[in-house]
Design a binder for this molecule. Structure first.
Ligand code: BG6
Length: 293
């Protein structure tokens, strides 16, 4: 999207929305919080409620240069989660997080919140990866809470199936003092052991690499910490929750991840992975995740 078009969308919001051309980054100041959104991936990379610290974690080694997926914030995994089901050579977690989105609208809401709407439409290049017509809309509302909605429109004449995730990286002070609550008695697929298991604990405490896909249409989860306010997460229309922390050796193997970064981050992802979501021609499907402290 050309910069002139972006500035024409932003013109009337000069005071509370700035755009950094080189990084393709929107800086949004609502009455209640501050957020940054990269147009590359339609990815929120920072969310700071007034008088608080960032709820999201962004790797200090990631570069906002539109060449590689951004490590941190809220990446959008779409139209597939993880490896492509048939072809390992296609990009991990789909192509939304490595695509330039258009900025459609910015709206000042009456309650002092600010909404940004970004979109991605199918092109001949996207059809090499996913041979369907679509429009993907990312709707981000910045207020006391941060709400990210992902809407898939099937704009073509053939049905298609997707998997998807709002792959949020949360910032935590100390992983050893962090409790994830809300998944008790829930079955999960352990991606490291390739088997189904059940979580019986009151709270999950991460003490090693964790990569789990929970069968959970849980509406409410909490990240409880001793030295920081509890982070609340709600999700709509998702039947999975992914919990991921790379721990030591995986952290060391990722170039854009600091060796000790695993101590201060935790991914809690709102997802539909298994089963996939089928979307009929001209139909629409929407998920969302809301975070607040
Ligand atoms: C998680 C997956 O969602 O994302 C993990 O469950 C994966 O298996 C992690 O390692 C990070 O993926 P990527 O592609 O951003 O390194």
């Amino acid at each position: 999207m050309e910069n002139s078009k972006i500035f024409s969308v932003l013109e009337q919001y000069k005071d509370n929305v700035k755009y950094e051309i080189e990084k393709k980054l929107l800086r949004i100041k609502s009455n209640h919080s501050y957020a940054e959104i990269s147009l590359y991936g339609a990815q929120v990379v920072s969310f700071i409620p007034n008088d608080q610290s960032d709820l999201l974690w962004l790797s200090p080694l990631t570069e906002l240069n539109q060449k590689k997926a951004i490590r941190g914030g809220i990446p959008i995994c779409w139209p597939w989660f993880g490896k492509h089901p048939q072809n390992d050579e296609l990009p991990q977690h789909g192509f939304a997080r490595i695509s330039q989105f258009a900025l459609d609208t910015i709206t000042n809401l009456p309650d002092g919140n600010i909404n940004a709407q970004l979109s991605l439409v199918s092109t001949p290049a996207s059809k090499q990866l996913f041979p369907y017509d679509f429009k993907l809309v990312v709707d981000i509302t910045v207020g006391q809470q941060l709400k990210v909605s992902l809407t898939t429109h099937n704009t073509g004449s053939e049905p298609f199936a997707i998997s998807e995730a709002l792959h949020s990286y949360f910032s935590v002070n100390d992983i050893s003092e962090t409790h994830i609550k809300g998944l008790k008695n829930t079955t999960f697929f352990d991606q490291l052991k390739s088997k189904n298991m059940q979580d019986l604990s009151e709270a999950i405490i991460v003490t090693q690499e964790v990569d789990r896909i929970y069968q959970a249409d849980k509406q409410a989860l909490e990240i409880e910490q001793t030295s920081k306010p509890t982070i609340h997460i709600t999700q709509e229309n998702c039947h999975n929750v992914v919990v991921w922390n790379p721990w030591i050796s995986k952290a060391q193997s990722m170039q854009d991840f600091p060796n000790n970064g695993y101590l201060n981050m935790l991914c809690i992802e709102s997802a539909n992975i298994s089963p996939e979501i089928n979307i009929a021609p001209q139909a629409t499907h929407q998920i969302s995740q809301t975070i607040f402290d």
